[in-house]
Design a protein around this ligand. Structure first.
Ligand SMILES: *[C@@H]1O[C@H](CO)[C@@H](O)[C@H](O)[C@H]1NC(C)=O
Ligand SMILES: *[C@@H]1O[C@H](CO)[C@@H](O)[C@H](O)[C@H]1NC(C)=O
Ligand SMILES: [Fe+2]
Length: 432
């Protein structure tokens, strides 16, 4: 080849290469000072929605501090109201947890800042309740773990003005080492004590030991979600409403077949949805159903076969999943095919855990897959009004949040889909 031609080719290749994003490598697991003797001060404080106008405050203390009491009010240092809650604890192999407290506060005003204190002392915390009307903003990130990238993702989420955090599973990556639940609680406290964190379980929460330990003991003890408030008998699946959204948290690791408790509860829950009041219907679970990454291929298949017909008949707008450590967004899809009355599926398991990214994709890219990339980051879902939502995905570019994918999503409310599928829904709901 002519030397000139080689030079031109080289320049062309290097020019295109610099345009492409070079993903940084996984970052180290963070090391926290961990003291097996808990202090008397409340720690690992986080809040979650607990039914209409109520929130649950959860925290851990040592055993001397016994009161599951939260004092709160709308000005700093002045706690006009207080609530009593419940306390629990658990043992796991050689580990004994601190005392874990859950206290429901309210009735609370919408879109209002409250100052609060846990257990009758310790530092003051501050939370904001979500608005009752549109617009409402959700931050979304799954598979968090506790690495340098987790920290970067959390810092970016902190910059966004969000009302509620949605987490589709895999929180601490404790993986049997129980004190990692404590360090995770401390890592997320600045965010999770200020805005409700609504979570569902992933495989890393299971921690079961055959013949010896059932799964989800630590998760259920520490991250109590409003399952009782939503008529569910298990912390592994529940629902809640914020502004104009009905949000269903399903369990990829709870039974989901047609005769399971989860399926029956889901039928009852979708039957209660009033699209006039909550035009947006959103579902979260851990293992994605639409995933063109090589990682975890088809793991969600059985759950999808059992539950997708019901979710489709109910006209779900958006499904958020995790598990695959990468980002992917689909067109509206159902039963493996493009369908204008199907849901948009988003995989957002790229919070920053120590296992690193899932880089290999199946080719050709399926027709339903619009955008896929293996990078760490987080998502933001803004419901602007009853018909329009703005979804954006923010990649952790070095340490900067860079908006890399964005799309307006229009709700199925007013689309004709709900009316069209009314009989399909009635049929499924009336099956014994
Ligand atoms: C305190 O509780 C009362 C009774 O539930 C309620 O009317 C009042 O609004 C509450 N005050 C605050 C600051 O939450
Ligand atoms: C909803 O929001 C979108 C985007 O901002 C806007 O174009 C549309 O007019 C709004 N619809 C209503 C009914 O306000
Ligand atoms: Fe997972």
């Amino acid at each position: 080849m002519e030397p000139k031609l080689v030079l031109i080719l080289f320049l062309l290749i290097s020019a295109t290469a610099t345009c492409e994003y070079i993903r940084p490598p996984p970052r180290k697991t963070l090391h926290f000072p961990w003291n097996s003797k808990l202090s008397a001060h409340p720690q690992q404080v986080h809040v979650s929605l607990a039914g209409d106008k109520h929130m649950r405050v959860s925290w851990v203390s040592n055993y001397k501090s016994t009161l599951p009491m939260v004092e709160y009010g709308t000005s700093p240092g002045r706690y006009s109201n207080k609530s009593q809650g419940e306390s629990t604890s658990y043992s796991y192999l050689f580990y004994s947890s601190g005392k874990i407290h859950h206290t429901v506060i309210g009735p609370l005003e919408d879109n209002t800042v409250y100052y609060y204190r846990c257990g009758g002392g310790g530092p003051e915390y501050k939370l904001k309740t979500p608005p009752a009307q549109f617009p409402v903003m959700f931050a979304v990130a799954g598979d968090l773990g506790q690495t340098g990238w987790t920290k970067s993702t959390l810092d970016h989420i902190d910059l966004c003005k969000y009302d509620v955090h949605l987490l589709p599973g895999d929180l601490s990556y404790a993986d049997y080492i129980q004190h990692r639940w404590d360090t995770f609680g401390e890592l997320v406290e600045p965010l999770a004590s200020a805005r409700p964190w609504m979570v569902t379980q992933g495989n890393h929460e299971k921690e079961s030991i055959m013949f010896f330990k059932d799964g989800f003991q630590s998760y259920n003890s520490r991250w109590k979600m409003p399952f009782e408030e939503s008529g569910s008998s298990s912390n592994l699946y529940y629902s809640f409403e914020v502004a104009g959204a009905h949000i269903i948290m399903l369990g990829s690791y709870a039974d989901y077949d047609e005769h399971s408790d989860q399926y029956n509860w889901l039928k009852a829950d979708v039957a209660k949805v009033d699209r006039k009041k909550t035009p947006w219907l959103i579902v979260l679970f851990h293992v994605p159903w639409y995933n063109s990454n090589e990682a975890h291929q088809d793991e969600g298949g059985r759950m999808m076969a059992a539950m997708e017909p019901l979710l489709h008949a109910a006209s779900v707008d958006i499904v958020l999943a995790g598990h695959v450590h990468a980002y992917e967004r689909t067109e509206r899809v159902n039963n493996g095919k493009l369908d204008p009355c199907g849901a948009v599926h988003i995989t957002i398991g790229d919070g920053g855990n120590r296992e690193g990214l899932a880089r290999k994709y199946k080719n050709p890219q399926p027709a339903w897959s619009v955008f896929r990339e293996a990078s760490f980051g987080h998502g933001e879902l803004k419901l602007a009004n009853s018909t329009h939502a703005y979804w954006s995905w923010h990649r952790n570019d070095d340490d900067e949040p860079v908006r890399s994918d964005q799309v307006w999503i229009t709700s199925l409310e007013n689309s004709g889909c709900i009316a069209e599928k009314k009989h399909e829904l009635m049929k499924i709901l009336s099956e014994p």
